[in-house]
Design a protein around this ligand. Structure first.
Ligand code: C2E
Ligand code: MG
Ligand code: MG
Length: 601
């Protein structure tokens, strides 16, 4: 390698023979002419690693590199390149160095160089040693191929595979990956981390009212606020329509996690400007902490989901921390779901029926079916002992369907015995919102053609109905056409707005029993009871008071304009076999007809 394009003699070969200069120049011209039009960059280095020749493509590829002048050392080239991960190039593994050192073909390296406009250009650089006749390495030829298009396409695919197109946040797959890494890191360094699921409250309403584009814009703004609120080392991911996941690391206490979640709730609750309108949405967040909870990433997500659901049911715009002790209770109860399925198939569930009475007119108007588990060993178990533990499990759907069928069967039986009463059943939020409730109810009604659907009333918790007002109101209006009635149970606990109430179209409001029970001593509770009665009146809904325990309750309610009541003061829930006798011997309590002077104002 003794002929240099600019006439320099770098690698002098101790050859006493005279050089045929014109022949060398001719050869050089020919080679340059051949290499000039090549799209690939080609560089020739001497045995000490100095550049002897670079073709025009090389200059185009490394346009920002003045270091490409002949005589420059390869390290100057390496200095201005980055590897795939953005790190400085590894000097030892740089292919030219490798070829110079080892004398054999080096592994190609992907390099990132900056174009004149600052954008990235991706080059694949391979180097081959040039061996002298004595076997020593006299130089290196390196080739740089521009693979920018290919790499950008790969990056796009990678982006699509790991990031959400709308918000640019990591998607579920990347989030799972980050949990894995964060868990490994937390374990090594004895740190705490929180895995959270966040669901927007009222997102659907924005979509319905302002259209999908506005909905998309809102999601992007939410994503931005999440990014702004979290530290850069934490992760916010979008894992579904309006569902986001958060990974918050390096927490010293659970309180610190609560502080971060509170900040997120505040940030998201601030108004958004969408289509020139101020829009407000809030979020419900469920979080679970490691260590403390399991080490399985899927399980952590599932637990965060449970906690999120709890936050929704508790009234939204709040967070809820997963309680591992509850989970271990479930596990201690191990196989509870299986036991319940088993109990269902063995017919161990029974319904008790609590009468609903119109105390003004002195007649029974309906019955509420309440489930009990007739356990062969433990005796009669109340719903509060097992329903909360399975309310997130699919078995709740099977159980709910059984309840409806059994209640309808009982309705038909009572009607033939002369008591044509309406039957109410309670439906869990999961069945209502996550299952194919409409189809299930249709199928059950189709099997009970002997029952008039107008005699069936579905009770849903007010808090569950508020979870997805749109979906629930569609269900309600669907079934209303078939005659089935809907009641909002435990009304007053969910803070329904007037708009919700108008939208939901439920037929009945059931005043929560805690207000009724305490209204005699607590003027605030009395005001709520009166308020609900007023609302029901204004919206032409029926109103039922639960938890009526004594005569004073009945009188106060009658005075306030609520006639239909349910409670221990009238009757406890009764097993089916006691119903006929109770109904046959029912007589209104004379105390219900109180003189007007005794009624509170
Ligand atoms: P709920 O639907 O609000 O039912 C009323 C609950 O209050 C019943 O408790 C009833 O026995 C009780 N109760 C009625 N009158 C009085 C009273 O005067 N004083 C007091 N202290 N309590 C009274 P139960 O049967 O233990 O049911 C509790 C809850 O479990 C129900 O509340 C309902 O939300 C749920 N539940 C019951 N059966 C079913 C079912 O078949 N499916 C579903 N998904 N939930 C059910
Ligand atoms: Mg109920
Ligand atoms: Mg209730």
């Amino acid at each position: 390698m003794n002929a240099l394009p600019n006439g320099q003699e770098r690698n002098e070969v101790a050859n006493p023979e005279p050089i045929d200069r014109p022949a060398v120049d001719l050869a050089h011209q020919r080679i340059t002419a051949i290499l000039a039009p090549l799209e690939e960059g080609l560089q020739l280095w001497d045995g000490a690693g100095h550049l002897i020749y670079a073709n025009p493509a090389t200059h185009r590829q490394f346009c920002a590199l003045e270091a490409l002048g002949s005589g420059r050392h390869w390290t100057e080239l390496a200095c201005d390149c980055r590897t795939e991960s953005g790190e400085p190039c590894p000097v030892d593994d740089f292919p030219v160095a490798h070829a110079l050192r080892g004398g054999h073909k080096a592994t190609p390296l992907l390099l990132r160089v900056n174009r004149a406009d600052g954008a990235a250009r991706w080059l694949r650089l391979a180097a081959h040693p040039l061996n002298a006749p004595d076997g020593s390495t006299s130089g290196v030829v390196s080739i740089t191929v521009d693979v920018t298009q290919l790499v950008e396409q790969e990056l796009r695919l990678e982006q699509q595979a790991h990031f959400d197109a709308l918000t640019g946040l990591p998607n579920r797959a990347l989030f799972s990956d980050r949990i894995d890494r964060a868990l490994a890191h937390a374990r090594r360094h004895g740190e705490r981390l929180a895995v959270c699921l966040l669901d927007l409250d009222g997102f659907k309403a924005v979509n319905d009212e302002f259209g999908h584009q506005a909905g998309d814009l809102l999601l992007r703004k939410v994503a931005q606020r999440l990014k702004d609120t979290l530290r850069s080392e934490d992760t916010a991911a979008r894992i579904g329509g309006d569902e986001f996941a958060l990974l918050i690391g390096d927490l010293s206490t659970a309180g610190q996690c609560e502080y971060v979640l509170k900040r997120i709730l505040d940030a998201l609750a601030a108004p958004y400007l969408i289509a020139d309108t101020e829009v407000r949405v809030t979020a419900s967040i469920g979080a679970t902490l490691f260590p403390g909870d399991t080490v399985d990433p899927d399980q952590l997500l599932r637990h965060a989901d449970h906690a999120m659901y709890t936050a929704k049911l508790a009234g939204k715009n709040r967070f809820s921390l997963f309680d591992p002790t509850l989970e271990s209770r479930v596990r201690a109860n191990f196989g509870l779901v299986r036991k319940i399925e088993d109990a269902l198939s063995r017919g161990q569930f029974v319904l008790h029926y609590q009468p609903k009475v119109d105390c003004l007119h002195g007649r029974v108007v309906g019955l509420e079916a309440l489930i009990r588990w007739q356990h062969p060993v433990l005796g009669l178990r109340m719903p509060g002992e097992f329903l909360p533990l399975i309310e997130h499990e699919d078995v709740i759907v099977g159980l709910g369907n059984w309840v409806i069928s059994e209640a309808l069967r009982q309705q038909a039986r009572l009607r033939s015995a002369g008591h044509d009463l309406s039957i109410s059943v309670n439906i869990a939020a999961r069945q209502l919102l996550r299952g194919q409730f409409a189809d299930q109810l249709d199928a059950i009604l189709a099997r009970h053609t002997d029952v008039d659907p107008r005699r069936l009333e579905i009770e849903i918790l007010e808090t569950a109905a508020l979870e997805d007002v749109g979906a629930v109101s569609r269900l309600i209006s669907d079934f209303r056409q078939r005659g089935v009635r809907f009641a909002l149970d435990d009304f007053g606990t969910g803070y329904s707005s007037l708009v919700h109430l108008k939208h939901l179209g439920a037929d009945v409001l059931k005043i929560d029993q805690t207000f009724v029970r305490d209204m005699l001593d607590d003027p605030g509770d009395l005001a709520i009871v009166q308020g609900v009665i007023g609302l029901a009146d204004a919206f032409h809904r029926d109103v039922v008071a639960e938890g009526v325990e004594d005569l004073a309750h009945v009188r106060t309610l009658l005075g306030a304009g609520c006639h239909i009541m349910q409670g221990y003061g009238i009757s406890r829930p009764l097993p089916a076999e006691h119903l006929d006798l109770w109904l046959d011997s029912f007589a209104p309590d004379p105390g219900w007809q109180s003189p007007p002077g005794l009624l509170p104002h």
